[in-house]
Design a protein around this ligand. Structure first.
Ligand code: HEC
Ligand code: HEC
Length: 353
């Protein structure tokens, strides 16, 4: 059991790797604003919690540490695996003691730009507020905060690392702050699509056809309507939409009401946050309930116009795509895969274990 040793080594390596980290300087005196890629929209640092790379490195350790779960079997990283762009490959997430949740684990990239709420239904306003929940959710890490804090305070490394990053005591606020820092630093912007945007690469004929269908940019090809909701550069417009995946049980009634359960408005029933499509080839199964195992099934869904209902967006309609159009859309979606991001974060995870 050299997990503790591994932690120390990992922390030193990560601290050394993180930008702007000066040896022997505390976090409070060495802030380093978070920068987004140039072809993305301007990133505004979260003012209540200014970015610091040491806090992010500590958050990364916590993210992959099963110490946060009741029986020390699972970490955040068990359901959000870097090699799968921070998803788990399961339709519905499974927590401690094999307890099944109700929804699919979403990818965690480019969350620094998310301003309209986290979770499929947007019920959590910030990454700091969000990080409280998986720790105590009985179907996820199933622990409680007093126990988690007790364990972290008794740990051979964490008290010192918290002191160093925050210059203060180890409290719940600092734990969620560090986790939020790490997740805010997860930026995926090195896909083929990004290279094309920077004029460093070009689409294949099939990808270009898919791009035209996605964005409705050619009169000769059908309009897939995708780009209205999955808008670049994040490939989400951050709104809540009903894309017709769920069949209505009765008027305005769905198995999972999604956004409606948060706002109480029946008009919002069956709406979910439009997910980003970045790294979509790595994040199957798809949708809030993981109902589709492949992108082919997703495209068939949109092509068919989905299940009807008053809350379904009018852009969800029969698309009349040919077999080649469908292949082209999937080829275009493939240009959103960022292998360098996935490799970098998987390598860093390996250093922590
Ligand atoms: C058992 C699997 C599981 C574990 C463990 C887990 N998550 Fe999640 N995570 C999920 C699921 C499922 C959702 C979606 C839930 C929903 O929308 O209601 C989610 C959603 C999220 C979101 C919202 C992302 C978005 O785009 O809206 C964030 C952020 C997140 N998790 C971070 C964490 C952190 C941090 C931890 C550890 C403290 C963690 N998760 C542990 C399964 C898990
Ligand atoms: C009206 C807005 C809207 C349009 C148009 C739209 N989508 Fe979506 N898309 C959504 C919403 C909302 C979800 C999540 C729904 C859910 O989980 O229940 C989603 C989910 C997806 C997912 C699954 C993502 C994941 O992480 O599970 C894929 C893939 C996808 N859309 C691709 C497309 C493609 C391709 C098109 C065009 C053919 C398209 N979408 C058109 C709103 C839209």
């Amino acid at each position: 059991m050299n997990r503790f040793f591994g932690h120390i080594t990992g922390a030193i390596l990560l601290f050394a790797l993180s930008n702007g980290c000066t040896q022997g300087t505390t976090a409070d005196t060495a802030p380093a604003p978070l920068h987004g890629p140039e072809h993305f929209v301007q990133l505004v640092d979260y003012p209540e919690n200014p970015y610091h790379p040491e806090k992010a490195a500590l958050g990364q350790m916590l993210f992959f540490d099963p110490v946060l779960s009741k029986d020390s079997t699972l970490s955040c990283g068990s359901c959000h695996l870097p090699e799968r762009a921070f998803t788990d490959g399961k339709a519905i997430a499974v927590g401690i003691e094999n307890r099944k949740g109700t929804r699919n684990a979403p990818s965690l990239v480019n969350l620094a730009w998310v301003t309209t709420g986290l979770f499929w239904d947007g019920r959590s306003p910030t990454l700091e507020a969000q990080a409280v929940h998986p720790v105590i959710n009985p179907n996820e890490l199933g622990s409680d905060w007093p126990t988690v804090l007790q364990r972290l305070r008794a740990h051979p490394d964490y008290p010192r690392l918290f002191e160093r990053a925050f210059g203060g005591p180890l409290e719940q606020e600092q734990v969620v702050n560090a986790l939020a820092h790490f997740q805010r630093s997860l930026m995926s912007s090195e896909s083929k699509y990004d290279s094309i945007m920077r004029e460093e690469a070009a689409y294949t004929v099939l990808e270009l056809r898919g791009k035209h269908i996605f964005f409705d940019s050619s009169e000769e090809l059908p309009d897939g309507e995708c780009g209205h909701c999955h808008t670049p550069p994040l490939f989400t417009d951050q709104t809540y939409m009903n894309n017709g995946v769920q069949e209505e049980q009765a008027p305005y009634t769905y198995t999972d009401p999604g956004r409606g359960a948060v706002t109480g408005a029946k008009y919002d029933n069956g709406r979910f946050r439009v997910p980003s499509l970045r790294n979509i080839t790595l994040t199957a199964p798809y949708m809030h309930d993981g109902r589709f195992s492949t992108l082919q099934e997703v495209i068939e869904h949109y092509n068919s116009g989905g299940h009807p209902g008053p809350n379904v967006d009018p852009k969800i309609r029969k698309l009349h795509l040919s077999d080649e159009d469908k292949l082209a859309l999937i080829a275009f979606l493939g240009t959103l895969t960022d292998t360098s991001f996935v490799r970098k974060l998987s390598d860093q995870k390996a250093l922590l274990q």
